[in-house]
Design a protein around this ligand. Structure first.
Ligand SMILES: Cc1cc2nc3c(=O)[nH]c(=O)nc-3n(C[C@H](O)[C@H](O)[C@H](O)COP(=O)(O)O)c2cc1C
Length: 326
């Protein structure tokens, strides 16, 4: 059965797209946790121009495992025809939906008129959604921010209306402008306003760090999307998903309890990949996992020097041995 945002059970808990973090290995690790069947993972952003030009690295980034379903792949770019081309490729791969990045604040992306720069070109943004959503049968969604330089209610509502009228079935809204990047506090009021005015399915995003934050922020929305707080703590996603079902998830507290999932994450990362490259890319995850016990800093330093799965496993074995003796 085709995935549909309308029919999907609410409230939705979603893992935010994060370049360099939410790759297939991390998404699979999240989906291993109990009660995460209904969690929706968003992929890192992939360039439609790079896909068009046959970039091997971009095709590698599109790799996914059925355990990640329902997976939403995120694309960025500015050429409607490239979105159509990439969308068809993704549809053939069996993913659940396609998300269009209209929120990325980095200069590398915006200087090319992509990502959050599309907030300045509402007509092009709507054209991209219109063309893509008519070319594929999976739902198309948009992730964006409150504005480019500043928040202007009329402009923001106009932008959201434009992409929804063009065919977007869901909006993920981060309560900051492009200028704010990640500074200050996310403003959720405009997000509730879009829900009230447009009625479309909405995920609210920005600064959720706990179950209490998620429950407090949900309000009239259809779900929440969590990003940075999951770095080194994928268990937070399972905890929030359980809380939304009215259940309690007993999260692992000690490093010893966390290690089995961390080990699995590393194994997923090297599966079918260049091992040295995969381990190096994983270092940031490892640094955020290894914490909260005496000597953690020393083990982080050790793992930062690892280049192979076997070397990482040796560090994990050492951690396990030391913690078991305590
Ligand atoms: C390292 C990093 C990478 C990100 N990459 C993406 C991305 O590829 N696509 C996207 O739409 N947003 C991206 N974001 C933004 C997040 O999806 C999210 O909107 C933002 O972090 C706010 O949510 P949070 O407070 O829960 O982290 C990224 C954020 C971070 C910190």
């Amino acid at each position: 059965m085709k995935f549909s945002w309308d029919a999907f059970p609410k409230p939705i808990v979603a893992l935010a797209p994060m370049a360099g973090y939410t790759d297939s290995a991390y998404r699979r690790a999240v989906k291993l946790l109990p009660g995460t069947e209904g969690v929706v993972c968003f992929s890192e952003l992939t360039s439609v121009a790079a896909i068009h030009h046959g970039s091997k690295e971009s095709y590698r980034m599109l790799g996914w495992h059925p355990d990640e379903f329902p997976l939403i792949m995120q694309l960025f770019g500015k050429e409607p025809e490239f979105f159509v081309e990439s969308g068809k490729i993704l549809e053939d791969m069996g993913i659940a939906g396609i998300d269009i990045n209209m929120g990325c604040p980095t200069c590398k992306v915006t200087s090319n008129e992509c990502g959050s720069a599309l907030l300045k070109s509402p007509q092009l943004a709507a054209e991209i959604v219109y063309n893509l959503s008519r070319a594929v049968s999976v739902p198309v969604s948009v992730k964006t921010r409150l504005g480019y330089e500043c928040y202007d209610e009329k402009r923001f509502l106009g932008f959201c209306t434009g992409v929804v009228d063009a065919g977007a079935k869901l909006l993920s809204l981060h309560g900051r402008t492009r200028t704010q990047a990640f500074s200050g506090e996310a403003n959720w009021d405009p997000i509730y306003l879009v829900k009230k005015e447009l009625g479309v399915t909405i995920l609210g995003n920005g600064d959720i760090k706990s179950v209490a934050d998620a429950q407090m922020r949900l309000g009239t929305l259809d779900g929440v999307m969590i990003g940075r707080a999951t770095m080194g703590d994928p268990w937070l996603i399972a905890e929030i998903a359980a809380a939304f079902r009215g259940e309690k998830y007993v999260r692992p507290v000690s490093m010893l309890e966390k290690l089995p999932l961390v080990r699995q994450h590393v194994r997923f990362a090297v599966e079918g990949s260049n091992e040295v490259k995969a381990i190096r890319e994983l270092r940031k995850h490892l640094a955020s996992y290894i914490k909260g016990f005496e000597g953690a800093k020393m083990y982080v330093e050790k793992v930062m020097k690892c280049d192979t799965l076997a070397a990482v496993e040796v560090v994990f074995d050492e951690i396990e041995e030391v913690l078991k003796l305590k």
